[in-house]
Write a protein that binds this ligand. Structure first.
Ligand code: SIN
Length: 310
């Protein structure tokens, strides 16, 4: 019988599937549905210091091959998510969860991380450096100098397990340069990838979402090749102590298998979870197990990172 158990940092997870930040993670009600599903863990919506309403509606639109969104970081504020996670540490002491956070300035990021560091939170923290949807705010991880400066300061005081959520990179030189920066820090993981930023979907003669004149992050089937390339490029370049979370284009167990083959240690589902609901974790786990059984793989380590070249 195959096992889909995995580890990130020093934490073990019963299953290698979870939600992607932004989907089924806005409040307790949504997060509880993930806890009660076959997902191995959850990540919260990226929290800012204060609650945010986000961008005007409509700001999410499903397409045949995925979705476009420009949510603009609607969230209930860091205290809401931290309080909930601290409660879960008491009610589910055997499970580990991810807290996602992001700030609209370096100062806000430091304030958030200080708060997390000083709290009793003992899970994994994900710093989102890649939201494409806040008007006037670029995706920080495209500015590697600013990213390095930020992380230098963060690791002066933040001693809990920390990872970063990255945007897709599209050039081999950029993979090299980004990996060189991330290898300087004791990161527990990098998460590849956030949505492909600033796409445009048109229906008849109109854009389909209101914010930013229709520009928004693209997710779903469209983005799997880019996600796989980013997962594998970082798997090839990062210190083995930095694990990769694979996100992007997961519709089936086969997609999860490919992410793990490229080097992912855990895989996040966004668009398909949004479209199908939390039962998706049972279906996709079953499909992954069937592939592993057919190939005689008992654990994820039997094929993780073992992509074959021609
Ligand atoms: C959003 O809230 O706009 C999406 C967050 C993200 O893509 O990081």
């Amino acid at each position: 019988m195959s096992s889909t158990k995995t580890t990130i940092g020093n934490y073990e997870f019963e299953n290698c599937l979870m939600n992607a930040a932004g989907v089924y993670c806005y409040d307790r009600n949504e997060l509880e549905q993930i806890i009660n599903s076959d997902a191995g863990t959850f990540v919260t919506k990226s929290a800012t210091l204060n609650p945010r309403e986000g961008n005007p509606l409509p700001r999410y639109y499903d397409t045949k091959l995925g979705c476009i969104n420009s949510m603009g970081l609607p969230n209930l504020g860091i205290d809401y998510y931290l309080d909930y996670l601290l409660e879960l540490q008491k009610t589910h002491p055997d499970r580990t969860f991810f807290l996602s956070l992001t700030g609209l300035s370096s100062e806000e990021i430091h304030t958030l991380l200080n708060k997390v560091y000083e709290s009793d939170f003992n899970g994994l923290t994900e710093l989102n450096l890649s939201c494409p949807n806040v008007p006037g705010k670029p995706q920080m991880a495209y500015d590697l100098e600013a990213t390095e400066k930020l992380l230098n300061k963060v690791f002066e005081y933040f001693k809990k397990p920390l990872g970063v959520k990255l945007p897709p990179y599209f050039d081999i030189v950029h993979f090299d340069e980004a990996a060189k920066v991330f290898n300087k820090f004791p990161l527990t993981f990098v998460n590849c990838i956030n949505s492909i930023g600033n796409g445009l979907v048109i229906n008849d003669e109109h854009v389909v979402i209101k914010p930013k004149q229709g520009f928004g992050g693209i997710g779903g089937e469209y983005i799997k090749p880019t996600a796989l390339a980013n997962v594998h490029a970082f798997y090839q370049r990062l210190n083995p102590s930095i694990q990769i979370i694979g996100t992007g284009g997961i519709l089936t167990g086969r997609d999860v298998f490919e992410h793990i083959l490229c080097g992912a240690g855990i895989v996040q589902i966004g668009t398909t979870l949004q479209k199908e609901g939390p039962e998706v974790f049972s279906r996709i786990t079953r499909e992954l197990e069937e592939i592993m059984d057919e190939k005689g793989y008992k654990t994820l380590d039997d094929f993780k990172g073992k992509l074959k070249y021609l």
